[in-house]
Ligand binder design. Sequence first.
Ligand code: UD1
Ligand code: CA
Length: 480
Amino acid sequence: MAEHSLAVIILAAGQGTRMKSTLPKVLHPIGGRSLIAHVLDTAAGLQPEQVIAVVRHERERVAGAILEHAGATVIVDQDEVPGTGRAVEQALAALPAEFDGTVVVLSGDVPLIDVATLESLVSGHREQGREMTILSAIFENPTGLGRILRDASGAMTGIVEEKDATDTQRKITEINGGIYVFARRSLEAALAQIDTNNAQAEKYLTDAADRILAGGGRVDAVSTRDHWLIAGVNDRVQLSAVGRELNARTVEAHQRAGVTIQDPTTTWIDADVSIDADVVILPNTYLKGATSIASGAEIGPDTTLVDCEVREGARIRRSEVTLAVIGAGAEVGPFSFIRPGTELGNKGKIGAFVEVKNSQVGDGSKVPHLSYIGDTEVGDGSNVGAGTIVANYDGVNKHRTVIGDAVRIGSKNVLIAPVTVEAGAYTAAGTVVRKGVPAGSLAMSVAPQRNIAGWVAENRSGTASAEAAERAEHAKGSVE
Ligand code: UD1
Ligand code: CA
């Protein structure tokens, strides 16, 4: 039982100077989550008894973000002694004294490491009876990274940091990926012997390797071909590279699960998005946050969905939609702007150049062209004419508008909220709806049209209009 217990330590005390940011490095997002949130999720995937995060730089913000994402995480503050060895030493002190199991060490800025790789690293570590297992890789250009030292037989003898390495050691291409599995007791014993006597005056976690070997423990590095698993983020160039790779993996996973994605390079899908099989995603589409898309829907091109629920068979083209529910078989776009709190019913339509905010548009109801609908409830089977605006704001407060079932709002209406148009009512083109319209009534607010004969000839003589009018009169005369 005890030998199968597992704890995870996540290192996140470093400063991240090269990001040149007021935001702590590990809080920069890729795929809609902070770097550290990805690592916390992977740690949780190992189902450990405890996850410990070591913090120091921007302590409050980093610890706050960690606890918000994974409330059971134990936060440990690193003291003024620098180095990865010191960070891990202090984390171990937060483990229960009786914990005699396996410790996985991850970095808050290495976000693509996955559960499967760590599981196989841990099982190899246990099967081989090792005290330390390092995830390594062969890098053509290993500059800046720790090198794995091996003897002539290939057995590991230690790790040397670039800054402490000899010229010969710098030619070694097997690098320390910075992800480790340890036996708790031997790691603790090794760290107690490590000093800061090196080029960076830090307590190096990597020095645990030769200490454990000297004590007769087994140590080895297991190399991965997938370099992205150990890719760290130190600057914004690496942030985008790792973000792009995460996206490529997310897109591919959806494709393998039955989603058609026409252009993976211009499709960006956050890690938390869920997409059913037989959804089609067209180019230049951004699916963000907790968006979910049901089977048969088609999204894009040129569309952004944030925290949306899109139901079966809906179609959304060239639009921006946030915190909205789009009903089954509904149509949105092109060029719709749908803001939080909008619910479009089944087979409803929000069309070209229409903005909708905090409104319900019922089943089969349509707002097809050039409208603003805010704080409004539209029943089922209604139609809102082109160019209609709901005036929901009186300059101080916002008010609601209610439009019943099977209503026909004419073109270019202004509905002055609060106002209700009851079921089955019509409003004429150009109506300014200032008071309620009873069920089945026709509302009109427009003055009757008057034509003043000869006005152009009298007031605009000599213009093209006057001449055209004269020709038209003449033509009529000659026909008669
Ligand atoms: C470390 C390894 C190096 C390896 C590389 C892989 C050591 C001594 N070196 O180097 O062999 O090739 O990772 O990326 O471990 N951190 C703390 N407290 C500290 C210092 C660092 O929590 O006092 C955290 C950082 O926030 C970061 C992680 O530890 O998440 C790694 O630190 P970093 O400074 O990036 O280590 P490297 O020098 O790159
Ligand atoms: Ca680093």
